[in-house]
Design a binder for this molecule. Structure first.
Ligand code: HEM
Ligand code: HEM
Length: 175
């Protein structure tokens, strides 16, 4: 029986996946399918922003856990270029899980909206309102979201390929 990720790492992984899904749905809803009613639209923004910031904290916790608890290795017989691709994919996902919420937070501030986490904890803005920077930050947030979705699709596809085509038990490590 091969080593699995710890229960905490597995829990954090699937919680992250669920939160990213909800964030992408909320983000798309409030921008592409913008609700007519202003109050409801701002409610969606509040949920998206607070949930996104929660994911940032969760990712910091997850990286702290990872640094102190060894992760199971990739299959020993996996060719070098696929090992590189797997590590690259994971590293890129971690970078985006950190960068995307920070960009979203800065964009919110640059558009002139102070951010209160779950309407309770005010998070001080390092940049404040900035009309020149706001559209740039929003564009970066949009492209990072697209990149993240693409990386997740490759990631999930690879996990299924490992499990059902290569049959090396990779998915079992995360279940
Ligand atoms: C938003 C969705 C997701 C994100 C952000 C994400 C992120 C990650 C990250 C960062 C790792 C590396 C863990 C580490 O070693 O520290 C990982 C591992 C893993 N993920 Fe995901 N994941 C997502 C969705 C999924 C889905 C849908 C599946 C299955 C279909 C999946 C299957 C796995 C597996 C099997 C591993 C372990 C790979 C290995 O042993 O090297 N993930 N995931
Ligand atoms: C990993 C976390 C996050 C993901 C995956 C994510 C994803 C998205 C997506 C898919 C959109 C719609 C596409 C777009 O117009 O950009 C969006 C929009 C938006 N997000 Fe996020 N987001 C995250 C975190 C945050 C955080 C923490 C904030 C603020 C505190 C935030 C603020 C915004 C704002 C204000 C918009 C509206 C468009 C804009 O002005 O950029 N997001 N997000």
């Amino acid at each position: 029986m091969q080593a699995r990720y710890t229960a905490t790492a597995r829990g954090l992984h699937w919680l992250t996946a669920a939160l990213v899904l909800v964030l992408v749905i909320l983000g798309t809803w409030m921008t592409v399918f913008e609700p007519k009613e202003e109050a409801f639209k701002y409610q969606l923004y509040d949920w998206h922003e607070s949930l996104g910031f929660t994911l940032l904290l969760l990712t910091l916790l997850r990286l702290g856990w990872r640094a102190t608890h060894p992760v199971p290795p990739l299959p020993a017989d996996l060719p070098g270029h696929l090992k590189l691709a797997a590590h690259g994919n994971h590293a890129a996902l971690y970078v985006l899980l950190l960068v995307q919420p920070v960009i979203g937070f800065l964009a919110t501030n640059a558009w002139g909206f102070p951010f209160k986490w779950w309407g309770v904890v005010p998070i001080p803005s390092p940049i404040g309102q900035n009309e020149a920077l706001a559209p740039v930050l929003s564009a970066i947030h949009f492209w990072c979201a697209l990149l993240m979705v693409a990386l997740v699709l490759v990631h999930a596809g690879a996990a299924l390929w490992h499990q059902f085509v290569r049959r090396d038990g990779t998915l079992d490590k995360m279940l």
